[in-house]
Design a protein around this ligand. Sequence first.
Ligand code: NAD
Ligand code: ZN
Length: 604
Amino acid sequence: MIPARYGASRFPGKLMQDLGGKPVIVRTYEATKETSLFDEVYVVTDSQIIYDEIELHGGKAIMSIKEHESGSDRIAEAVEHMDVDIVVNVQGDEPFTSKEGLEQVLKLFKGEDAKKIDLASLMTEINDWKEISDPNCVKVIVDKDNFAQYFSRSPIPYPRDKNAAVQYYKHKGIYAFRKQALLDFYKLPMRTLEAAEKIECIRYLEYGKNIKMAVTNVQGIEIDTPEDLVRANKALKEENKHTVNNKFRNFPMVPKVVFGQGSFDQLSSIIAPQRKDKAPFIFLVDDVFKGNKDLVDRITLRFNDKLLFVSADEEPKTEQVDQIVKDIKSEFNYKPSGIIGIGGGTILDLAKAVSIMLTNKGSAADYQGWDLVKNKAVYHVGIPTISGTGAEVSRTTVLTGPIKKLGINSDFTPFDQVILDPDLTKDVPRNQWFYTGMDCFIHCVESLNGTFLNAFSQSYGEKAYDLCMEIFLGKEITPEDSRGKLMMASWHGGMSIAYSQVGVAHAMSYGLSYVLGTKHGIGNCIVFDHLDEFYPEDVILFKKMVSEHQIDIPKGLCKDLTDTQMNTMIDIALSLVPLWENALGENWESIMTREKLRSLYLKM
Ligand code: NAD
Ligand code: ZN
């Protein structure tokens, strides 16, 4: 609950002041919501202006019925008839409300002495005497278990002995109440200590309630004065700089990898140390291997381990991920020890997504985007059986959701372990081998020709590119050699785009896939065949590879599209801004207009 009074005495209308393009109260609401710690977030206000503003931004607001003396009274009225356990009071004027602080207060309700707690709040260490003696700064003292003993505007304790080692704490205005405690407060009259200090929470102490404190060192910025607002606007600009600036990304890599023909047999011994008591391993295996004794018999299932065959006919969908997670949760009481994905990009992506969704609430669709995943995934292992996508190394799992095709790109996405056994790719049909292999070739072309290129991407991209030339145009390469090399090319290609981006072919192929269900590898080939304008030399090489290996590239896919379909395809492709920016530079919009895109699609 975010209590929001319009007429603050010191800085009237402060909650409606502009902070980086949005009112302060909207920022606070969004920051609170983004923590994902709450089932619901509401702004409770006396002001129609604030109410409308929150609704306008898609948030939830409640109008207070009565006049209230304090924020707690305001939220008490709002929750009186709601079915809630814990109510957290977030200050409307703290737009930088941090997740850490809120998480800390909430955690207290799960601690050993949780039963004793009526409400919980935060305090932060202060050491500067100027602040300690400032009456605007409310100090708090606690007992050995961190229950508050008193709050005051005076320095408490008084330092009669100047050498005594005492830590002063400042109280921070975040409270988490049990509902009853909050309602009690609402009905109890103010007593003298509260009246004298003008500190709300003293009332609880005066009526014998227990306030548990947690120490936090996160400093927010409260907006109390116009100067604070200037400071906050500056801080926001800094913050934006960091989120938009992808120049120095701190990139997780797959920490463990085994390579070599026959290395698949090490799977059991590799995962054994990760087994947790009664928690099963779940094997997601491409159903192309159903009845393939050579592979299936080499998977050792122990205790309640489970092998699920999954079709790779369609690319992974968020609802499919949700369903698998639901099935696993309903069958097992324990969170799995690990998820093992065995298959191509489709199965590897599913394995990554399922492992994430076993520890994160809601639908996989909620996490499509960059860095939205909150909790570490369960242990997950990737074992590719076809090479090219780089899904085995990447930080993303590409999913088609209800409104977009977009990866869950997060630090928790990459596999904890990968097993690269080139023998597993032996039976891949020739066309498919080529389509998926070309995904790798195209990753390299798009990365090496992109404006985001840097030495990191280049070093991986050039190696993978050379390997592709050897594999697809080399004269004297044995099948065995080719399989090992393509496996490593896929890996390097994946690493190359990790620190740069893909380009035109991928953006357009995503459009095809969204509207027509065209799969990634073949979709890339269909598109790339017509991109001589953007990648002239590489398209010539590509055509040579196609004819050398006598591959069929489907044609005429887009000629019968309806206007709606074509427009959706264009929308999906154009929404992939970083890809276009990498391919065509900052002014990409003037080059890749809707008309241009339409004419390209019509050729395909
Ligand atoms: P895939 O997993 O869809 O498999 C293609 C076909 O090959 C399927 O029919 C499959 O059953 C079959 N197959 C796989 N291994 C086989 C084997 N050993 N023998 C015989 N048949 C076999 O294809 P893919 O090209 O590897 O993956 C495409 C998917 O990868 C797409 O969903 C795409 O979005 C995704 N992708 C992900 C990333 C990433 O970084 N996460 C990158 C690129 C692509
Ligand atoms: Zn790709």
